[in-house]
Design a protein around this ligand. Structure first.
Ligand code: SF4
Length: 588
């Protein structure tokens, strides 16, 4: 059977044509298959798709199982003069597309691609100042352009108007509980949306989804060359080139570039098997003409935030250990680890050189000495549902639904002081959680420590939400947020950013996420090993709100400290979700 060029394959080929070789062969590992499943659940794509169909009522779902049957069913239905179809399938040669919604009025066709991405037509555009199409919108518009070409070839008589249907971020939900009206029902990896009986989008004062005519953007893309790694050619030729290579089984050659850093067709060498092969390793072997047994993190692709990896590749350098100070070109910055200094430290680690912990101690201590005890450690959990579940919320509005709060006294006493979790369907959580946080932090005047920008950004965004809304008694909340985030006088201290400027730890792949830094620090600090190797957590000496008495944080296996995150219970009761999350975390 001829291998088809579907729209998801076309999108992959835009990132790198070689990916087609791996995506059609299921013996290659694909790290994104779990991500796509999780992202589709997280970004509300299923609910948005269901809402879009409801906005074109009276349509017929093309529901045949195989592609051939879907094409037959579609063409049969299209014999009607006027019809609306959900997910019709079109084929021309080995080009195949499944359209989200298609409206046919005689020969006039509206092609509608639905995305759970926000757009405010009054404030945004698909165009950019320095290039005709904004980079952010290119993948979406190329997707629509590809569908347009297939429909046009399958039905040259049609007048096709392509649209992108997007969430309107300028519109507030006029009802509560939209999420429950479009209920996600999951069975393993199969996801359906159950629409509440009698629900119609007409009850919304303003539509949350809006279709945008993208004819001119599609025309522009089709009139100009496509630039993908190793190939630059006119759009229609590019499509044919990909289709022919799939039809003939000809393998497109790899063209290693910066894109290989995040290529999903990768697995760690120790995990590679005959049924889970690393496409990345095969690309490198083909390009460098030698056997590659090292993990990607040990190569130039592992250099954090390095934008000139192409330069090393063209000099035939793959392994980090093959680099030196001269190749890196270090820019020293007094008192802080510059990006290039971090690269050098990574290279030294790869060569078996350098100290396992490198600290800019003076900068670190001069910042920490400003902190006021007791120290409050906070951590937020948030979500950004595509559809606004609560009255007056907008699409993609931030929800703060949980915080945890630990207090460290000057004498070293530590306690899990407070927490708040609101995850009841139908209950808007943000303001209640914010009030609980304000109350918790008003018990002392100590510094409030967080890791990286998330907590600060969340507070700033909630401030904006309060100002935009008619939240009652909001003054004290605004005062509280200001007392946290004000530059200079605010109580927040970003430990993650401080560590990234001042610390480098072997075993972290040069990264400064807490999930990397914590295990590396635990395994190297005698003080921490002594303290947290005891059954101390959850006792009267170190109270916890959610761990049993005597929990031991530092445990060793084969002489190595076990990553403390691996000691935690699974996040969900559902094994499918936990497995997907575990796979994703392993790759990070
Ligand atoms: S490793 Fe690089 S060249 Fe190979 S498929 Fe991935 S992105 Fe393309």
């Amino acid at each position: 059977m001829t291998t088809t060029l579907t729209k998801s394959r076309f999108k992959l080929a835009l990132e790198c044509p070689r990916k087609l070789v791996y995506t059609v062969d299921n013996t290659y590992a694909n790290a994104k298959s779990d991500d796509e499943f999780l992202e589709a659940l997280a970004d509300g794509g299923h609910q948005v798709g269901a809402l879009a169909k409801l906005m074109y009522p009276g349509g017929i779902e093309v529901d045949a199982l195989s592609i051939d049957e879907q094409v037959r069913q579609t063409e049969q239905l299209l014999k009607q003069e006027n019809i609306t179809l959900y997910e019709p399938t079109f084929r021309h040669g080995n080009l195949v597309v499944r359209v989200d919604v298609l409206v046919k009025r005689g020969l006039d066709i509206d092609l509608i691609e639905v995305k759970s991405k926000g757009f405010d037509a009054a404030a945004e555009t698909f165009r950019a100042t320095k290039k005709p199409i904004a980079t952010e919108w290119e993948p979406y518009l190329y997707d629509v352009a590809y569908q347009t070409i297939v429909l046009q070839r399958a039905h040259p008589e049609w007048m096709i108007k392509p649209h992108l249907m997007l969430l309107d971020t300028s519109v507030c939900a006029s009802i509560d509980g939209l999420g429950e009206k479009l209920l996600v029902v999951r069975n393993g990896r199969r996801v359906d949306v159950q629409v509440e009986e009698g629900f119609s989008p007409a009850i919304l004062a303003q539509p949350l989804l809006r279709a945008h005519d993208v004819s001119s953007e599609v025309e522009h893309l089709r009139a100009n060359p496509v630039e993908s790694p190793g190939i630059t050619m006119p759009f229609d030729e590019f499509v044919d080139h990909l289709a022919q290579s799939l039809a003939s089984g000809k393998k497109l050659p790899p063209t290693p570039s910066n894109a290989c850093k995040k290529c999903e067709f990768y697995c760690e060498p120790v995990q590679a098997t005959e049924s889970s092969r690393s496409g990345w390793a095969e690309c490198m072997e083909a390009h460098f003409q030698r056997k590659i047994t090292q993990p990607r993190s040990d190569t130039v692709f592992g250099l954090t935030n390095h934008r000139k990896v192409d330069k090393f590749i063209s000099s035939n350098v793959l392994l980090m250990s093959e680099l030196d100070e001269h190749n890196i070109g270090v820019n020293e910055e007094i008192g802080r680890i510059s990006t290039t200094k971090r690269h050098l430290l990574q290279v030294q680690e790869a060569r078996g050189e350098g100290d396992p912990i490198f600290l800019e101690r003076e900068t670190l201590s001069s910042e920490m000495v400003k902190w006021q005890f007791p120290l409050n450690f906070i951590d937020f959990e948030t979500s950004r549902p595509a559809l606004p579940f609560h009255f007056r919320n907008k699409p993609n509005d931030l929800l703060l639904f949980q915080f945890s709060h630990h207090i460290l006294e000057a004498d070293g006493r530590l306690r899990h002081a407070s927490e708040c979790l609101i995850a009841e369907p139908g209950t808007p959580p943000s303001m209640s959680v914010l009030r609980a946080l304000r109350d918790a932090l008003s018990e002392n005047n100590g510094t409030v420590v967080h890791w990286w920008h998330h907590e600060k950004n969340v507070l700033k965004e909630l401030r904006k939400q309060i100002l935009d809304s008619a939240e009652e008694n909001s003054e004290s909340l605004l005062d509280f947020i200001d007392s946290m985030v004000d530059e200079g006088t605010g109580r927040l201290a970003d430990l993650g950013t401080l560590v990234s400027k001042t610390g480098f730890f072997h075993g972290t792949n040069g990264r400064s996420s807490i999930k990397k830094v914590l295990p590396a620090t635990l395994s190297r600090s005698d003080f921490l090993r002594e303290r947290y190797g005891q059954p101390i957590y959850g006792t009267a000496d170190m109270p916890s709100l959610n761990f049993p008495a005597g929990w031991i944080w530092i445990r060793e296996e084969n002489g190595q400290v076990v990553d403390p995150y691996k000691l935690l219970d699974p996040i969900f009761l559902d094994p499918v979700l936990n497995q997907a999350i575990e796979c994703r975390e392993t790759r990070r």
